[in-house]
Design a protein around this ligand. Structure first.
Ligand SMILES: [Zn+2]
Length: 137
């Protein structure tokens, strides 16, 4: 499957090898009936190995969240079989229920109904920290 086989949709490129399924589930692609191609462990000059997901349907999810799950991911928008846009993702200032707190003593471990909220901190190197216990994501 080549990029130009997609008519109207997106290609998620430069996914860290092994992370494609995580992204797939996050975008709830298993619940959609559009054609999806997942390429795993593709050779990449820059990354060694990478995963790629091609979705032949427009996606209305806020894709910026993907940069949280997988830094370095790139989004190509395909319209009428042509790549019309290479989207730069910006890290959202706050994410809810995207990443989970790893601190076993965090309140989110005992209070299961609490949302997992992380806030972006750090000027030079962006870091997400849990709003309850400040643990790094
Ligand atoms: Zn926490």
């Amino acid at each position: 499957m080549h990029i130009d086989e997609i008519q109207n949709g997106i290609v998620l490129d430069h996914i860290t090898a092994g992370k494609a399924m995580e992204i797939y589930h996050f975008l709830e692609l298993d619940g959609r009936d559009c054609p999806v191609a997942i390429l795993q462990n593709v050779g990449s000059r820059k990354m060694g190995r990478k995963d790629i997901i091609k979705i032949d349907a427009p996606i209305d999810t806020d894709l910026n969240v993907l940069a949280v799950l997988c830094p370095g991911i790139t989004v190509n928008v395909i319209r009428d079989g042509v790549r019309v846009e290479k989207k730069a993702l910006t890290l959202p200032p706050e994410v809810k229920d995207v990443i989970k707190c790893k601190n076993p003593r965090c309140i989110t471990t005992t209070e299961q109904e609490l949302p997992h909220v992380f806030r972006l901190t750090g000027a030079k190197t962006p870091v997400y920290r849990c709003i309850y216990c400040e643990t790094k994501a």
